[in-house]
Design a protein around this ligand. Structure first.
Ligand code: CIZ
Length: 308
């Protein structure tokens, strides 16, 4: 293990690269990264990087976002197959057909798209949001306009709850957040009666309704950071987030909510990035995210939504 870490550290210098890692990456990758964050924080960090190369340890749509915001940089992703069940649930051709159908029926709407989507879908959108800024963007849309929210029906449902705004919801879901076991969560709450439950808004309503705090990963860090005395937290999000929570706030204890069929809920796409693939991608400078025609329009939407 130490050899590969030394290799990555020296290749990073040699190739003038910055490593960005999402909180859902394995701990050894987060430990090595120059910046860790959610997709909003990483997208913003990517625009301030002064190296020629960005290695994005996350999933494909995140690396694409970094490239769109930094066309002049080389953006590498350790495994090009690191996808996202949400992004796959809404293709650009399906979305274009649905928007057309709504327009023909006389709907006047804006399309608000969760960042977990392809560049081609972002290019068909009015706004791109993350779990960190979705509520603010939805609140800014004039009430006379309808909102088509894609692709996460659970995040959409959560936004309807907090803003009181009814939206047209796409029928997508995150394979990690959708399968938390409510029965296990209730058992854990009985076993740890003092613990506060924190859940990601990608979780279904039956998990959210038993939670004390609902927020994206940055929101969770802020919430937990507000407790100085040792406390207990039951956490319903991708299990690698617990490493980030423990390293920032080691005085607390954390219990991951199991999935319906697994003891802890890990994103199989994020897990495709390994230390070996990170080393090889620095060494061979590939796989690389290359500029695609749809990036042009998606970039305008991203800049308007995330950087202002
Ligand atoms: O916005 C992100 O990075 C995702 C997908 C989840 C979160 O809350 O960090």
């Amino acid at each position: 293990m130490p050899d590969i870490i030394d290799d990555i550290t020296s290749l990073k210098k040699q190739k003038n690269a910055t490593i960005l890692a999402h909180y859902y990456q394995d701990s050894e990758i987060q430990e090595l990264a120059d910046f860790t964050g959610d997709s909003l924080k990483l997208a913003r960090a990517a625009t301030r990087v002064d190296t020629d190369v960005i290695v994005f340890c996350g999933v494909h749509f995140m690396a694409e976002t970094a490239k769109m915001l930094n066309p002049e940089k080389r953006v590498l992703l350790p495994d090009l197959q690191a996808g996202c069940s949400l992004a796959e649930s809404c293709t650009a051709s399906e979305l274009a057909r649905y928007q057309q159908m709504l327009r023909e029926k006389g709907h006047r709407f804006q399309t608000v798209t969760y960042i977990n989507s392809s560049a081609a879908v972002k290019a068909l959108s009015d706004w791109v949001v993350t779990s960190g800024n979705a509520e603010e963007v939805v609140r800014r849309i004039p009430p006379e306009e309808e909102i088509l929210f894609v692709p996460d029906r659970h995040l959409g449902g959560y936004l309807e709850d907090v803003t009181g705004r009814k939206m047209i919801l796409w029928d997508g879901a995150c394979m990690v957040h959708e399968i938390f076991s409510v029965r296990d969560l209730l058992d854990m709450k009985r076993k740890h009666p003092q613990a506060r439950t924190i859940a990601h808004p990608e979780c279904p309503a039956n998990i959210r309704e038993h939670s004390d705090f609902i927020g994206g990963t940055e929101g969770m860090l802020r919430f937990v950071g507000g407790f100085s005395a040792p406390a207990e937290f039951i956490v319903a999000t991708e299990v690698n987030m617990l490493w980030q929570l423990k390293s920032r706030y080691p005085q607390h204890s954390y219990h991951p909510v199991p999935g319906i069929t697994c003891a802890c809920n890990k994103c199989p796409h994020m897990a495709r990035n390994t230390l070996e693939k990170l080393r090889d991608c620095l060494l061979y400078e590939r796989p690389e995210i290359t500029w695609q025609p749809e990036f042009e329009r998606a970039r305008v939407v991203l800049q308007r939504s995330l950087l202002n």
